[in-house]
Design a protein around this ligand. Structure first.
Ligand SMILES: [Zn+2]
Length: 322
Protein backbone atom coordinates (compact mmCIF):
# COMPACT_ATOMS: atom_id res chain seq x y z
CA UNK A 1 0.00 0.00 0.00
CA UNK A 2 2.76 2.43 0.85
CA UNK A 3 4.54 1.86 -2.44
CA UNK A 4 1.31 2.46 -4.32
CA UNK A 5 1.06 5.90 -2.74
CA UNK A 6 4.52 7.01 -3.69
CA UNK A 7 3.74 8.98 -6.84
CA UNK A 8 2.99 12.48 -5.67
CA UNK A 9 3.21 15.92 -7.15
CA UNK A 10 6.19 16.45 -4.89
CA UNK A 11 7.76 13.30 -6.18
CA UNK A 12 7.39 14.23 -9.83
CA UNK A 13 8.81 17.69 -9.15
CA UNK A 14 11.68 16.24 -7.23
CA UNK A 15 12.46 13.66 -9.85
CA UNK A 16 12.45 16.26 -12.61
CA UNK A 17 14.61 18.63 -10.65
CA UNK A 18 17.04 15.89 -9.93
CA UNK A 19 17.35 14.59 -13.45
CA UNK A 20 20.50 16.58 -14.17
CA UNK A 21 22.12 15.25 -11.02
CA UNK A 22 21.80 11.66 -12.12
CA UNK A 23 18.85 9.33 -12.14
CA UNK A 24 19.34 7.12 -9.11
CA UNK A 25 15.78 6.32 -8.22
CA UNK A 26 12.63 7.86 -6.93
CA UNK A 27 12.73 10.82 -4.59
CA UNK A 28 9.77 12.16 -2.74
CA UNK A 29 7.83 12.64 0.42
CA UNK A 30 9.08 12.91 3.90
CA UNK A 31 10.51 10.36 6.29
CA UNK A 32 8.78 11.56 9.43
CA UNK A 33 6.01 9.00 9.52
CA UNK A 34 4.58 8.02 12.90
CA UNK A 35 2.98 4.70 13.66
CA UNK A 36 -0.44 4.59 15.27
CA UNK A 37 1.03 3.13 18.47
CA UNK A 38 3.63 5.91 18.66
CA UNK A 39 0.95 8.57 18.24
CA UNK A 40 -1.11 7.11 21.08
CA UNK A 41 1.89 6.72 23.38
CA UNK A 42 3.09 10.26 22.68
CA UNK A 43 -0.35 11.64 23.42
CA UNK A 44 -0.42 9.84 26.77
CA UNK A 45 3.05 11.17 27.56
CA UNK A 46 1.97 14.74 26.77
CA UNK A 47 -0.98 14.40 29.13
CA UNK A 48 1.35 13.18 31.89
CA UNK A 49 3.71 16.10 31.32
CA UNK A 50 0.83 18.52 31.51
CA UNK A 51 -0.08 17.15 34.92
CA UNK A 52 3.50 17.30 36.18
CA UNK A 53 5.25 20.59 35.66
CA UNK A 54 8.78 19.52 34.85
CA UNK A 55 10.71 22.76 35.00
CA UNK A 56 11.08 26.04 36.79
CA UNK A 57 9.75 28.96 34.80
CA UNK A 58 13.32 30.20 34.35
CA UNK A 59 14.27 27.04 32.51
CA UNK A 60 12.05 27.79 29.53
CA UNK A 61 13.46 29.27 26.36
CA UNK A 62 11.84 32.47 25.13
CA UNK A 63 12.62 34.35 21.95
CA UNK A 64 14.05 33.22 18.62
CA UNK A 65 15.07 29.58 18.37
CA UNK A 66 18.79 29.35 17.75
CA UNK A 67 19.40 27.54 14.49
CA UNK A 68 22.61 25.87 13.33
CA UNK A 69 23.07 24.90 9.71
CA UNK A 70 25.34 22.03 8.70
CA UNK A 71 26.14 21.76 5.00
CA UNK A 72 27.25 18.27 4.00
CA UNK A 73 29.03 18.56 0.66
CA UNK A 74 31.37 16.72 -1.68
CA UNK A 75 33.25 19.66 -3.22
CA UNK A 76 33.13 23.46 -3.21
CA UNK A 77 30.54 23.87 -5.97
CA UNK A 78 26.82 24.43 -5.51
CA UNK A 79 26.15 21.20 -7.38
CA UNK A 80 28.42 19.48 -4.92
CA UNK A 81 26.14 20.59 -2.11
CA UNK A 82 28.20 23.60 -1.04
CA UNK A 83 25.27 25.96 -0.40
CA UNK A 84 25.95 29.68 -0.59
CA UNK A 85 25.13 31.62 2.57
CA UNK A 86 22.71 33.76 0.51
CA UNK A 87 20.69 30.64 -0.32
CA UNK A 88 20.55 29.65 3.35
CA UNK A 89 19.54 33.22 4.30
CA UNK A 90 16.74 33.12 1.72
CA UNK A 91 15.60 29.77 3.16
CA UNK A 92 15.63 31.15 6.69
CA UNK A 93 13.45 34.05 5.52
CA UNK A 94 10.95 31.60 4.03
CA UNK A 95 10.98 29.57 7.24
CA UNK A 96 10.35 32.63 9.39
CA UNK A 97 7.67 34.05 7.09
CA UNK A 98 5.70 30.81 7.15
CA UNK A 99 6.14 30.37 10.89
CA UNK A 100 5.21 33.97 11.76
CA UNK A 101 1.58 33.04 12.60
CA UNK A 102 2.83 30.42 15.10
CA UNK A 103 4.76 32.82 17.34
CA UNK A 104 7.98 30.87 16.76
CA UNK A 105 10.95 32.44 15.01
CA UNK A 106 14.37 31.13 14.06
CA UNK A 107 17.72 32.88 14.24
CA UNK A 108 20.65 31.54 12.26
CA UNK A 109 23.58 31.11 14.61
CA UNK A 110 26.23 29.56 12.40
CA UNK A 111 26.78 27.71 9.14
CA UNK A 112 29.29 24.86 9.21
CA UNK A 113 30.57 22.94 6.20
CA UNK A 114 31.20 19.21 6.43
CA UNK A 115 33.04 17.58 3.52
CA UNK A 116 32.14 13.92 3.35
CA UNK A 117 31.85 12.37 -0.13
CA UNK A 118 30.25 9.15 0.99
CA UNK A 119 27.59 10.58 3.25
CA UNK A 120 26.79 13.42 0.83
CA UNK A 121 26.10 10.79 -1.86
CA UNK A 122 23.99 8.66 0.45
CA UNK A 123 22.97 9.84 3.88
CA UNK A 124 21.48 6.78 5.49
CA UNK A 125 19.56 7.27 8.68
CA UNK A 126 19.45 3.51 9.10
CA UNK A 127 23.06 3.35 10.16
CA UNK A 128 24.77 4.69 13.19
CA UNK A 129 27.66 5.80 10.96
CA UNK A 130 25.72 8.90 9.91
CA UNK A 131 25.22 9.85 13.52
CA UNK A 132 28.82 9.15 14.47
CA UNK A 133 30.44 10.80 11.44
CA UNK A 134 28.12 13.75 10.97
CA UNK A 135 25.71 14.49 13.78
CA UNK A 136 27.63 13.74 16.96
CA UNK A 137 30.65 15.97 16.14
CA UNK A 138 28.59 18.91 14.85
CA UNK A 139 25.20 19.04 16.61
CA UNK A 140 24.87 22.17 18.72
CA UNK A 141 22.79 22.68 21.86
CA UNK A 142 19.99 20.68 23.40
CA UNK A 143 16.31 20.20 22.64
CA UNK A 144 15.67 23.93 22.41
CA UNK A 145 18.14 24.35 19.52
CA UNK A 146 17.36 23.60 15.87
CA UNK A 147 20.04 21.79 13.88
CA UNK A 148 19.52 21.52 10.11
CA UNK A 149 21.61 19.31 7.84
CA UNK A 150 21.59 19.38 4.03
CA UNK A 151 22.68 16.51 1.81
CA UNK A 152 21.93 15.07 -1.65
CA UNK A 153 20.28 11.77 -0.78
CA UNK A 154 18.33 10.55 2.24
CA UNK A 155 17.92 6.84 2.61
CA UNK A 156 15.46 5.82 5.30
CA UNK A 157 13.80 2.60 6.42
CA UNK A 158 10.97 1.37 4.22
CA UNK A 159 8.45 2.16 6.94
CA UNK A 160 9.37 5.84 6.62
CA UNK A 161 9.88 6.16 2.87
CA UNK A 162 6.47 5.65 1.21
CA UNK A 163 8.34 3.42 -1.22
CA UNK A 164 10.77 6.10 -2.38
CA UNK A 165 14.52 5.52 -2.61
CA UNK A 166 15.20 8.93 -1.10
CA UNK A 167 12.93 11.24 0.82
CA UNK A 168 13.04 15.03 0.48
CA UNK A 169 13.42 15.51 4.18
CA UNK A 170 13.09 13.95 7.60
CA UNK A 171 12.85 15.28 11.11
CA UNK A 172 12.51 14.10 14.64
CA UNK A 173 9.59 15.33 16.72
CA UNK A 174 9.60 17.07 20.13
CA UNK A 175 8.83 13.70 21.72
CA UNK A 176 11.66 11.68 20.22
CA UNK A 177 9.67 8.48 20.56
CA UNK A 178 6.91 9.73 18.25
CA UNK A 179 9.24 9.20 15.27
CA UNK A 180 12.01 7.16 16.90
CA UNK A 181 15.08 7.67 14.72
CA UNK A 182 17.98 8.10 17.13
CA UNK A 183 20.46 8.36 14.23
CA UNK A 184 19.07 11.84 13.51
CA UNK A 185 20.14 13.10 16.92
CA UNK A 186 17.10 15.41 17.17
CA UNK A 187 17.81 17.14 13.87
CA UNK A 188 16.17 18.11 10.60
CA UNK A 189 17.63 16.80 7.34
CA UNK A 190 16.59 18.11 3.91
CA UNK A 191 17.97 17.67 0.40
CA UNK A 192 20.04 20.73 -0.50
CA UNK A 193 18.20 21.37 -3.76
CA UNK A 194 14.90 21.68 -1.89
CA UNK A 195 16.07 25.15 -0.82
CA UNK A 196 14.77 28.16 -2.81
CA UNK A 197 15.97 28.32 -6.40
CA UNK A 198 16.79 24.61 -6.25
CA UNK A 199 19.39 25.33 -3.62
CA UNK A 200 21.06 27.91 -5.86
CA UNK A 201 21.29 25.58 -8.85
CA UNK A 202 18.70 27.61 -10.75
CA UNK A 203 15.79 26.22 -12.78
CA UNK A 204 16.06 22.67 -14.01
CA UNK A 205 15.66 21.87 -17.70
CA UNK A 206 12.01 21.06 -17.05
CA UNK A 207 11.52 24.42 -15.33
CA UNK A 208 10.83 22.86 -11.96
CA UNK A 209 11.96 24.97 -9.07
CA UNK A 210 11.81 24.17 -5.39
CA UNK A 211 10.64 27.06 -3.24
CA UNK A 212 11.89 26.15 0.22
CA UNK A 213 8.70 24.80 1.76
CA UNK A 214 10.23 21.36 2.31
CA UNK A 215 12.07 22.83 5.30
CA UNK A 216 8.89 24.51 6.53
CA UNK A 217 7.20 21.08 6.46
CA UNK A 218 10.07 19.39 8.27
CA UNK A 219 10.27 22.06 10.95
CA UNK A 220 6.51 21.57 11.25
CA UNK A 221 7.37 18.04 12.44
CA UNK A 222 10.19 19.37 14.65
CA UNK A 223 7.61 21.62 16.32
CA UNK A 224 5.21 18.75 16.95
CA UNK A 225 2.94 18.24 13.94
CA UNK A 226 2.04 15.00 12.23
CA UNK A 227 1.03 14.82 8.58
CA UNK A 228 -2.59 15.88 8.05
CA UNK A 229 -3.09 12.46 6.44
CA UNK A 230 -1.63 10.67 9.47
CA UNK A 231 -2.78 7.11 8.97
CA UNK A 232 -2.47 7.65 5.19
CA UNK A 233 -5.18 5.40 3.85
CA UNK A 234 -7.88 5.53 6.46
CA UNK A 235 -10.52 8.15 7.21
CA UNK A 236 -9.83 8.65 10.89
CA UNK A 237 -11.30 11.71 12.59
CA UNK A 238 -8.54 11.75 15.20
CA UNK A 239 -5.66 11.07 12.80
CA UNK A 240 -3.22 13.96 13.36
CA UNK A 241 -4.71 14.92 16.75
CA UNK A 242 -5.65 18.36 15.45
CA UNK A 243 -9.37 19.21 15.31
CA UNK A 244 -9.38 21.72 12.46
CA UNK A 245 -7.44 19.68 9.89
CA UNK A 246 -10.20 17.54 8.39
CA UNK A 247 -9.44 13.85 8.10
CA UNK A 248 -8.24 12.85 4.66
CA UNK A 249 -6.25 10.21 2.88
CA UNK A 250 -3.06 10.76 0.96
CA UNK A 251 -3.92 9.18 -2.36
CA UNK A 252 -6.21 11.69 -4.10
CA UNK A 253 -3.69 14.47 -3.68
CA UNK A 254 -0.76 12.35 -4.68
CA UNK A 255 -2.16 11.31 -8.05
CA UNK A 256 -3.03 14.68 -9.60
CA UNK A 257 -0.77 16.10 -12.30
CA UNK A 258 -1.86 19.67 -11.70
CA UNK A 259 -1.41 21.05 -8.17
CA UNK A 260 -4.42 19.96 -6.17
CA UNK A 261 -5.23 23.50 -4.99
CA UNK A 262 -5.88 24.45 -8.63
CA UNK A 263 -7.12 21.14 -10.00
CA UNK A 264 -9.64 20.33 -7.29
CA UNK A 265 -9.64 22.73 -4.33
CA UNK A 266 -12.75 21.12 -2.83
CA UNK A 267 -11.48 17.55 -2.92
CA UNK A 268 -12.96 15.51 -0.09
CA UNK A 269 -11.39 12.10 0.32
CA UNK A 270 -13.36 11.35 3.52
CA UNK A 271 -16.90 12.49 2.62
CA UNK A 272 -18.46 10.81 5.65
CA UNK A 273 -16.39 13.02 7.97
CA UNK A 274 -16.63 16.82 8.31
CA UNK A 275 -14.67 19.20 6.08
CA UNK A 276 -12.88 18.93 2.77
CA UNK A 277 -9.21 18.05 2.49
CA UNK A 278 -6.66 20.60 3.80
CA UNK A 279 -5.07 21.26 0.42
CA UNK A 280 -3.27 24.42 1.58
CA UNK A 281 -1.67 22.88 4.63
CA UNK A 282 2.08 22.74 5.16
CA UNK A 283 1.74 19.26 6.61
CA UNK A 284 0.01 17.74 3.58
CA UNK A 285 1.84 16.32 0.55
CA UNK A 286 0.82 18.96 -1.94
CA UNK A 287 2.69 21.06 -4.48
CA UNK A 288 4.74 23.85 -2.98
CA UNK A 289 2.50 26.58 -4.40
CA UNK A 290 -0.42 25.08 -2.45
CA UNK A 291 1.32 25.05 0.94
CA UNK A 292 0.47 28.26 2.69
CA UNK A 293 -0.86 27.60 6.17
CA UNK A 294 -0.79 26.07 9.60
CA UNK A 295 -4.29 26.00 11.11
CA UNK A 296 -5.12 27.49 14.54
CA UNK A 297 -5.44 23.94 15.86
CA UNK A 298 -1.99 23.02 14.56
CA UNK A 299 -0.51 26.17 16.08
CA UNK A 300 -2.09 25.30 19.44
CA UNK A 301 -0.55 21.83 19.21
CA UNK A 302 2.87 23.29 18.29
CA UNK A 303 2.70 25.61 21.31
CA UNK A 304 1.92 22.76 23.67
CA UNK A 305 4.37 20.26 22.18
CA UNK A 306 7.23 22.76 22.16
CA UNK A 307 6.48 23.82 25.72
CA UNK A 308 6.17 20.29 27.11
CA UNK A 309 8.96 18.52 25.27
CA UNK A 310 11.45 21.21 24.26
CA UNK A 311 10.90 23.84 26.94
CA UNK A 312 10.34 26.49 24.27
CA UNK A 313 7.66 29.12 24.81
CA UNK A 314 6.05 30.69 21.76
CA UNK A 315 5.52 34.43 21.76
CA UNK A 316 2.14 35.09 23.38
CA UNK A 317 1.75 31.58 24.84
CA UNK A 318 1.09 31.16 28.56
CA UNK A 319 1.52 27.42 28.93
CA UNK A 320 -0.93 24.54 28.58
CA UNK A 321 -4.27 24.50 30.28
CA UNK A 322 -4.31 22.17 33.25
ZN1 LIG B 1 6.55 15.01 6.69
Amino acid sequence: MRAALSISSILSCATAALAHLGDRGEIGGCGSIATRDAVVLSSVKAQQLKRNARRNADDYHHGPIQTYWHVIHTNDTVRGGHLESETIDAQMDILNTNFAPTGFSFELGNISYIKNDEIFANTSVLENSTYEAIVAPTHVGGKDTLNIYTTSWLHVAAVYSNGNDSVLGISTMPDEEAVPIPELGDSVFVLYFSLPGNGGLGPSKSGVEFQGTTLVHEVGHWTGLYHTFQGESECDAVNDEVDDTPAHTLQPHALTDEPICRANPNVDSCPDLPGSDPINNHMNYVAEECRTEFTPGQIARQHEQMYLFRGIVAEGYDGPEA
